[in-house]
Write a protein that binds this ligand. Structure first.
Ligand SMILES: [Zn+2]
Length: 244
């Protein structure tokens, strides 16, 4: 049976979305019989796909949504909300992410996964050392002003190679060292202590975002956006907030 999925242009109630998911679930379960796959297993997967969280309204709700997601991830209790084909089609016509990120490009910090979010939920920029360069700032202005993200999180992580390399001032090939100029201030203020430099770098980049972007500063003044900081622990998966 064909089914039509909603887009942002055609507002749809949560109940409709759940019904769509249920229809998908029924189709999957039906297909299971044909394919000879265990019906119970597929039904359980389809049930997980039906999870749908209500829209975030305020910056504080957005922060809470993120921290709850990280708690689920750390506890091994991931719900993978909005991570299915129904959600993919729902947001294909338009996105309204509730949070934006400036994270490190490190392959061990996949932001959607560690905060247990799905398609269309978070607007993520990633660059080695999570530094606020002009292209990143422009991207984050788009994610907040245009798309409506209510929280902007600068996310550093333990054992960050970019911060470590800046502290050590290592010779590196190509243009890798262009990152150093953005991290040097934090490295210096932390007097070479890696963990302190990682935390300080989160604060410095958050300051740069506000100072270099009148767009972000205005959203913050108006209470439409909160900028927060965090450090992700590679060993535990826990995100610890950093005052910015
Ligand atoms: Zn890093």
């Amino acid at each position: 049976m064909p089914f039509v999925l909603p887009t942002l242009d055609a507002p749809t109630s949560r109940r409709d979305l759940l019904r769509t998911a249920a229809t998908t679930a029924a189709a999957v379960a039906g297909a299971a019989t044909v394919l000879g796959a265990p019906r119970s297993l597929l039904a359980a997967e389809a049930g997980a796909e039906a999870r749908y969280f209500p829209e975030v309204q305020t910056p504080d709700e957005a922060i809470q949504r993120l921290m709850e997601g990280n708690k689920r991830f750390v506890a091994g209790n991931i719900q993978a909300p909005n991570r299915n084909m129904a959600r993919l089609r729902e947001v294909a016509g338009g996105q309204r992410p509730f949070a934006a990120f400036l994270g490190c490009a490190d392959s061990r910090v996949p932001v959607e996964i560690v905060f247990d979010q799905g398609f269309g939920d978070i607007f993520v920029t990633r660059i080695a050392g999570n530094v606020a360069d002009p292209a990143i700032i422009g991207s984050l202005e788009f994610g907040t002003l245009v798309l409506g993200a209510k929280v902007l999180c600068v996310l550093g992580h333990t054992k960050c190679g970019a911060v470590d390399a800046t502290i050590k001032g290592q010779e590196v090939p190509g243009q890798i060292s262009t990152l150093y100029q953005h991290i040097r201030r934090a490295a210096k203020e932390a007097k070479g202590d890696l963990n302190a430099a990682i935390r300080r770098n989160v604060q410095v980049q958050a300051e740069i975002l506000e100072e270099a972007s009148p767009v972000l500063a205005k959203l913050m003044r108006e209470g439409k956006l909160k900028v927060v900081g965090g450090v992700y622990d590679l060993d535990s998966g826990v995100v610890t907030m950093v005052d910015v």
